[in-house]
Design a protein around this ligand. Structure first.
Ligand code: NAP
Ligand code: MG
Length: 488
């Protein structure tokens, strides 16, 4: 695997051709577990984005893609899912080397959900439709509306779940009949490049999927501000989301779906199953080393079980084995980069200086690689940086609430954030659960660890962004509605 990528030429995928960046620039891609070089990739810029958008536009306007029956588009997406599944172990290893996550977690979460999403959306391709309202039999015409693909989709993704993010967005765009230009994260772009090859192998026509690697400043900004892109689906930080919105406003008012950051609350009540709650909370914050947008990171726990929960979470953290994600036995891999680790450390140090207590962890692990100790923080006030900012490291802030607090008071603690991506609730009392589901300002509420199999709409409220991904709701963002008033 390393050999293949070390010698692979640094190329972009434009109009079915692998080619160097127009300006000839490149970027290095490292393994975050030891800093070793894995690959050199092309550093595309505005010129490459122009070429890729032109190719996507031609494929949308003149190519075979818009002329295919929806059932044929669906068949190609199913074929892509089969190809990915056949190669899932190689893809997981590539993603693990590139992004640091454990092989098990990539297979069980990213690939498993990604494949389900691809097949789910393939199924939707034949079910997208307009509507014809009931009208009198002798009406002087007919009114209805059509649903049409919106056109060229820009897809800009982060490094924390590189393959899953690209897969979900691409599945939706292609199922809706759009063509796409993908700008993967510069820190973990390799699985997207392999995906580009698989798209060609299964017969998705040239120009339908274009991939321009490069920096956000050069390639991402050019895509977000391109006058001939119809929608940008972006997952990343709130700060960059705001720049993408400005780029849309300053270019062609392209539609946006923005999946941004989170600072998700976890509410634990005394009647909860504390063992399960502790395990789920620690697993989630250590999944991807805390670099998971929807991870519960602010834990509010009823005072009578505060110590019992802390003790359980601490014991779980002690048992975790930290090591390179691609080695068997690692429960948690490294963070993506030194820079991200330093950023997390600065937030924690700032809050400790202001009076927060580090109960466990609170520092990097000595030695090579970007590893960080699982961390428990207490005594944090709501206005401290650890309580307000995304730390994006395996760090939990734990705060007690009074045993007699009302649901409104508990919800106010949870809602005290600019973010609103996800909220977790642990209680067996139906009344408490139902009241809080309504009171929480969040795109998602997960009760007792969640359960079902369905792929639900995903997205945030407040500064966690807007729009939803997945399913009928997610697909509608990639379609345009045309109302027809037809007189006889
Ligand atoms: P980021 O810095 O916002 O970057 C995301 C993507 O945007 C990358 O491809 C980046 O390129 C690109 N980009 C950077 N500046 C840009 C610009 N001016 N114009 C256009 N594109 C630009 O986020 P990140 O650090 O990669 O990821 C972590 C963040 O993503 C966290 O805040 C996390 O919560 C959020 N996230 C949210 C979700 C969700 O579904 N809500 C899921 C995962 C992650 P580079 O690669 O060059 O930086
Ligand atoms: Mg990397």
């Amino acid at each position: 695997m390393r050999q293949v990528w070390a010698t692979r030429p640094p190329q972009l995928l434009i109009d079915g051709q692998w080619q160097m960046a127009a300006a000839g620039n490149t970027l290095e891609v490292d393994d975050p577990s030891d800093g070793s070089r894995i690959a050199t990739i092309a550093a595309g810029d505005g010129q490459d984005i122009d070429l890729a958008v032109a190719a996507a536009r031609r494929a949308f306007r003149d190519g075979p893609w818009p002329r295919l029956p929806a059932s044929r588009r669906a068949a190609l997406l199913f074929a892509l899912a089969d190809a990915i599944e056949r190669e899932q172990h190689e893809l997981a290893l590539l993603e693990s080397l590139d992004a640091g996550h454990t092989l098990d977690s990539i297979l069980a979460v990213d690939l498993s959900i990604g494949l389900r999403s691809l097949r789910d959306h393939a199924g939707w391709a034949t079910k997208l439709a307009g509507e014809t309202p009931m009208q009198p039999v002798d009406a002087a015409g007919m009114d209805y509306f059509l649903r049409e693909p919106i056109g060229v989709a820009g897809i800009i993704t982060p490094w924390n779940a590189p393959l899953l993010m690209v897969l979900q967005k691409l599945a939706t765009a292609l199922a809706a009949g759009c063509t796409a230009v993908i700008k993967p994260a510069e820190l973990a772009p390799l699985s997207a490049l392999r995906l580009g090859e698989l798209c060609a192998e299964v017969g998705i026509p040239a120009g339908v999927v274009n991939i321009v690697t490069g920096t956000g400043e050069a390639a991402g900004q050019a895509l977000a501000g391109h006058p001939d892109v119809d929608i940008v689906s972006f997952t990343g930080s709130t700060a960059v989301g705001k720049r993408i919105m400005a780029a849309s406003a300053n270019s062609n008012l392209k539609r946006l779906v923005l999946e941004l950051g989170g600072k998700s609350p976890v509410l634990v009540f005394a009647d909860a199953d504390l063992d399960r709650a502790a395990q789920a909370i620690v697993e989630e914050i250590c999944f991807k080393s805390g670099q998971y947008c929807a991870a519960g990171s602010r834990v509010f726990v009823q005072r009578s079980v505060h110590d019992a929960l802390l003790q359980r979470m601490r014991a779980m953290m002690e048992r975790l084995s930290i090591g390179p994600g691609h080695l068997p036995g690692s429960d948690m891999g490294p963070m993506i980069s030194q820079r991200q680790r330093d950023r997390a450390q600065a937030i924690i140090d700032h809050s400790v200086a202001a009076g927060a207590t580090v109960l466990r962890g609170g520092h990097a692990r000595a030695g090579a690689g970007c590893f960080y100790e699982p961390t428990l923080i207490t005594d944090a006030h709501a206005d401290m940086r650890v309580s307000r900012e995304e730390i994006f490291a395996p760090a939990l802030v734990v705060t007690p609430f009074d045993d007699d607090a009302s649901p409104q008071q508990v919800a106010a603690l949870a809602n005290d954030s600019h973010y609103g991506l996800s909220a977790k609730l642990w209680s067996r009392d139906l009344r408490t659960v139902h009241q809080l589901i309504r009171l929480l300002q969040s795109g998602q509420v997960v009760v007792n660890g969640g359960g079902g199999e369905a792929i639900l709409p995903f997205g945030g409220v407040k500064q966690s962004g807007f729009g939803r991904e997945n399913g009928r709701v997610g697909l509608s963002a990639f379609t345009e509605i045309k109302a027809v008033r037809l007189g006889y």
